[in-house]
Design a protein around this ligand. Structure first.
Ligand code: GLC
Length: 735
């Protein structure tokens, strides 16, 4: 029997109730096993937030007690490893791994994650994100691959291939989920789940291509975003879900809503008067599985019974669900086996370490790096709230922020903090390493005498300018200041922590929070070289820290071995190869600062802010230097060729970046857009010719009628080390 006839036959047997149940996804952690078992017996199609033996029990109920014995599909959030499981491998965050610009590494990470997720019996990973983070005030910036559609699309598609492998029914692969469809991070004011005021032309021009790459990679499911496009919630957005995703892009997998968004149509977005209208709207718009809104079941049955909704709408949804379950061979393999022993295994831990090592971005170095063992440095002070805090080093979507049912939020080895990494690097060298907390990231209550932060900051300035020692009033800063003053080098670990990022956690102020700025001012007053390491979920506005630091290294959230990876860079064991996947603002008011801005802004800057961002997309320093020459373009194959040379005395890995500028177009386009990249490892003195084939879409514009065309004319093709003009060589071609 063909798949189609199997599905047609099954649908023909299903009652309206069974079709409605197949569309329901039950959050077991929220409703408990007793209620979940009842849903399984009713034929609920999907469950989430459940693991191990409970999956077996629920699947047994679904396949033995429901009338048609259709297997359920079980999903979880393993965005950066199966990190809700304390024993699992915790990789760097997506934004951190995006700094590797390494498609195959991201694919390997996804494949390792799939094996661990499947070993817990799960079929479905709600990952990767294809959202763009173009305003770092957004709480979920760290979950994305950064600000650029090409980089996000390439890395996300690589992860889809890693999660799904070549066979969705294999023991160690899982169904991937392209989320959150669409333009979720572009909401006005970077407000999580708020309205996104963009046109569908803009959506096609900026946000659709990553999701198109997800489909080309075979992604089996999509998740609709919480937000809305110009007033129409994605959950009820037929144009997005049916016209574009289904009819135009030909997506035939599962569309799942985000958490309880059908209910939000009523209680938050207020576009439906009750759950019946919301259920009708969500089903009509093209959602197949309804996450968590179990009231959908009765409502949608009533809507069909009352003739307000065609049953065919449910048939189509059920068809999408069953066809994916069939591809996964769930009837034969109802429980994923995974690879026994793979959870937290040595190979995966080594991969996590490699991902961390290759993501470290050196942003400033006045010569203090790499730290040498030339006897001049006898004592190193490691200072700061994030130097020895694994919670801060992890960031979001781990067992600290989203624990499995019953998992305690206590640190579980193995992991290496920055302090531990520095100690490991200096062991046996005679260099003394001491640590001081300094101040809290977001709790300004460590100064005891004054609760007035303004007075506190004034006190800090006073310390600097007059060298007075009244900082003794602040025990933690006092301790850090004393340590810094008597040391030969300071390594300062600053940033944010997971209480300042994630869903529902957007920031209005990207300055360093708490007393961190004061700590930097005080310590920089002692004229001891400072290496600042940013351990944060996102870019922060740190111009003063950069000015007062002799070196700046961005680690974002490096996962289990983030501290070890940074320490290897600081001591020259690893030549940093990370490149920024997202730009840094000088101040919050400067956002958005993504690199591919449209032209036309009078003056191109605010009068009270520098023109340039603090750091730009694509940049990252190395212990060696790279030179570009011989840029050529073959219009026939749209292939760019350029020679890159390592002109320094240390082996290094460069990320060759290709940007395109459509010099004159009938609709405004950015002065440059990333169109290709490749990594190349070069020995000192070695040069290599790199060829990169570009997609047509790199040259296309999206017209007001939403069609995409390549307009005849001149195009600048640029190749180089970052998106900075001074880092790029350019040729102009005519297409
Ligand atoms: C959350 C997130 C989504 C996640 C889902 C299930 O609210 O928006 O990314 O996959 O709910 O946990």
């Amino acid at each position: 029997m063909s798949d189609k006839s199997f599905i047609d036959n099954l649908i023909s047997q299903m009652t309206l109730e069974e079709k409605a149940a197949q569309m329901v996804q039950i959050p077991v952690s929220a409703v408990g096993m007793e209620e979940s078992l009842k849903w399984a017996e009713m034929g609920a199609g999907s469950f989430l937030n459940v693991f191990g033996d409970d999956i077996k029990e629920l699947q047994k109920a679904a396949m033995e007690k429901s009338r048609l014995k259709i297997p359920a599909i079980f999903g979880t959030d393993a965005v950066r490893g199966h990190a809700e499981n304390k024993d699992a491998t915790i990789f760097p965050s997506s934004l951190t791994m995006a700094a590797t610009w390494d498609r195959d590494l991201l694919r390997q990470v996804a494949a390792a994650t799939a094996a661990e997720v499947a070993t817990d019996g799960l079929h479905w990973d709600f990952a990767p994100l294809f959202c763009l983070a173009r305003d770092p005030r957004w709480g979920r910036t760290g979950e994305t691959f950064g600000e650029d559609k090409y980089l996000a699309g390439e890395l996300g598609a690589a992860q889809v291939r890693g999660y799904q492998g070549d066979d969705l029914s294999a023991d160690d692969t899982v169904l991937a989920c392209a989320k959150h469809y669409i333009a979720y991070g572009e909401a006005t004011g970077a407000r999580d789940s708020y309205d996104t005021e963009v046109t569908f032309r803009k959506i096609r021009d900026e946000f659709l291509s990553p999701f198109r790459k997800a489909i080309e990679a075979g992604c089996g499911s999509f998740m609709t975003a919480y937000g809305s496009i110009d007033g129409t919630p994605l959950t009820a957005n037929k144009k997005a879900l049916r016209d574009i995703l289904r009819d135009e892009l030909g997506f035939d997998g599962i569309v799942v809503t985000d958490w309880d968004t059908v209910n939000y149509l009523v209680v938050r977005q207020k576009v439906c008067k009750d759950i019946n209208e919301a259920s009708r709207a969500a089903a009509s718009a093209g959602n197949d599985i309804i996450m968590c809104t179990s009231a959908f079941y009765d409502a949608v049955i009533e809507e069909v019974r009352e003739g307000r909704l065609e049953e065919k709408i449910l048939d189509d949804a059920v068809r999408h669900i069953l066809s994916v379950k069939l591809k996964m061979k769930l009837w034969d393999k109802p429980i994923k086996k995974g690879i026994p022993g793979s959870i937290g295994c040595k190979a995966h831990l080594e991969l996590a370490k490699k991902a961390a090592e290759n993501s470290v971005i050196m942003l400033k170095n006045d010569g203090v790096l790499p730290i040498s063992f030339n006897k001049k440095i006898r004592k190193i002070a490691v200072i700061g709230p994030n130097a020895n805090d694994i919670r801060a080093q992890y960031g979001d979507w781990t067992y600290f922020t989203h624990p499995l049912p019953g998992v305690k939020k206590e640190p579980a080895r193995p992991y290496v903090t920055l302090l531990e990494g520095v100690r490991a690097q200096t062991e046996g060298s005679g260099i003394k390493v001491e640590y001081a907390y300094g101040c809290a990231v977001n709790r300004p209550d460590y100064h005891r005498e004054t609760k007035d932060i303004g007075a506190f900051i004034d006190m800090c300035y006073e310390i600097n300018e007059h060298g007075t020692d009244n900082y003794k009033q602040m025990p933690f800063i006092n301790e850090a200041a004393s340590l810094a003053r008597e040391s030969d080098l300071v390594i300062l670990a600053l940033g944010d922590n997971y209480t300042q990022a994630g869903e529902y956690t957007d920031r209005a102020d990207l300055d360093l929070s708490g007393m961190q700025e004061a700590l930097v001012r005080i310590i920089s007053g002692f004229k001891v070289p400072i290496i600042t390491v940013l351990i944060a979920t996102k870019p922060l506005a740190i111009p003063d820290v950069v000015k007062r630091s002799d070196a700046v290294v961005c680690a974002f959230n490096g996962g289990m071995f983030g501290g070890e990876a940074v320490a290897e860079v600081l001591f020259g064991k690893k030549n940093p190869e990370g490149r920024l996947p997202i730009s840094f603002p000088v101040m919050t008011g400067q956002v958005p600062v993504y690199y591919n801005q449209l032209p036309g802004w009078h003056e191109g800057r605010y009068v009270d802010c520098p023109k340039e961002p603090l750091f730009v997309f694509g940049e990252g320093l190395s212990y060696t230097w790279y030179e570009y020459s011989g840029l050529k373009f073959d219009a026939g194959t749209k292939t760019v060729t350029v020679t890159v040379a390592n002109t320094g005395d240390m082996k290094g890995t460069e990320t060759v970046q290709i940007y395109i500028n459509d010099k004159v177009s009938s609709i405004m386009t950015a002065d440059k857009n990333l169109a290709g990249f490749e990594k190349v490892e070069l020995e000192p003195g070695e040069s290599r010719e790199v060829s990169i084939r570009l997609d047509d879409e790199a040259f296309e514009v999206t017209l007001p009628d939403e069609t995409r065309v390549i307009e005849h004319g001149e195009f600048d093709i640029m190749a180089g080390h970052s998106s900075r003009d001074e880092d790029l060589i350019k040729i102009t071609v005519v297409l």
